[in-house]
Design a binder for this molecule. Structure first.
Ligand code: KIV
Length: 288
């Protein structure tokens, strides 16, 4: 049994212990995150932006989620892995949602799937949960609906909207979700939702009152360019360090200072006499 599972995460919530989640999309990064002791990895469809360079998450396909999710699944022994259901992989019908959730569980060895939306996706959540698949819901600012919002905007502002977000939370809980991501929601509303629900609340741009936090790893490592969303803390400037390191490599290759003798298989070389003979034998223009 994994060190982090639904029971252990629920116990953390009950003890008031905070839960850490980060996005990862590949084997090497997931191994490092697991070694660091994070509780959960989200293979988010944000990979459309961070790994594939699209301007939003809409183009990401099921097959792509499976390639990335499988790499992360192979890296994690103890970390709870949640894989995102991409745009239009669950919205069309309950059957489509169940089939695709099942693929993510089987092919990525995920521990749970995540899908965006509140009341409107409750039939899908209930059907997936009925198959024994844990569901993490995602409400507030749901990036797959960016075209309806007209941009990535804070949700739950004002009384009507705050009530709508709270009701979405209560609805996805009733449908069976065990965890919910609250994205770009005002902090007091997020804290109220956390108090009102037994689900684990994971905040991103939702303040410290949630049960846990999630960040996109390229944002926290300073690898996602100059624009820093308000809710991001850049814990390191790995992007700058990578740029510097690529530059060092480029200069060393061009100066001929890399590779050195120690980086070669010199001991396996044939004798100078034999190589001189080869040189003479193949003195024309390649093979005749
Ligand atoms: O896709 C993603 O990475 C997400 C997080 C931002 C919560 O949904």
């Amino acid at each position: 049994m994994k060190r982090n599972n639904i029971a252990s995460l629920m116990e953390m919530k009950a003890r008031g212990e905070k839960i850490s989640q980060v996005t990862c999309y590949d084997y090497s990064t997931a191994r490092i995150a697991e070694a660091a002791g994070v509780n959960s990895i989200l293979v988010g469809d944000s990979l459309g932006m961070t790994m594939q360079g699209y301007e939003d998450t809409l183009p990401v396909t099921m097959d792509e989620m499976i390639v990335y999710g499988r790499s992360v699944g192979r890296a994690c022994r103890d970390t709870f892995v949640v894989v995102d259901m991409p745009f239009m992989s669950y919205q069309t019908s309950v059957e489509q949602a169940v089939e695709n959730a099942g693929r993510l569980m089987k092919e990525c060895r995920a521990n749970a799937v995540k899908l965006e939306g509140g009341k409107s996706v409750c039939p899908q959540i209930a059907a997936i949960v009925a198959c024994g698949i844990p569901v993490c819901a995602h409400i507030g600012m749901t990036p797959q609906s960016v075209n309806s919002y007209g941009g990535f905007k804070v949700q739950g502002k004002g009384e009507t909207e705050a009530r709508r977000v709270l009701e979405d939370a209560l609805a996805v809980e009733k449908a069976g979700a065990f965890m919910v991501v609250l994205e770009c929601v005002p902090p007091k509303l997020a804290a109220l939702i956390t108090k009102k629900t037994k689900m684990i609340t994971i905040g991103i741009g939702a303040g410290a009152g949630c049960d846990g936090q999630v960040l996109v790893y390229q944002d926290m490592f300073g690898m996602s360019g100059d624009f820093v969303p308000k809710f991001v803390r850049r814990f390191a400037e790995i992007g700058e360090q990578m740029k510097e390191t690529f530059g060092q490599y480029d200069r060393a290759v061009k100066a001929g200072t890399f590779p050195e003798e120690e980086h070669t298989y010199a001991k396996s070389d044939c004798s100078d006499e034999f190589l001189a003979m080869l040189d003479g034998e193949y003195s024309g223009e390649g093979l005749k």
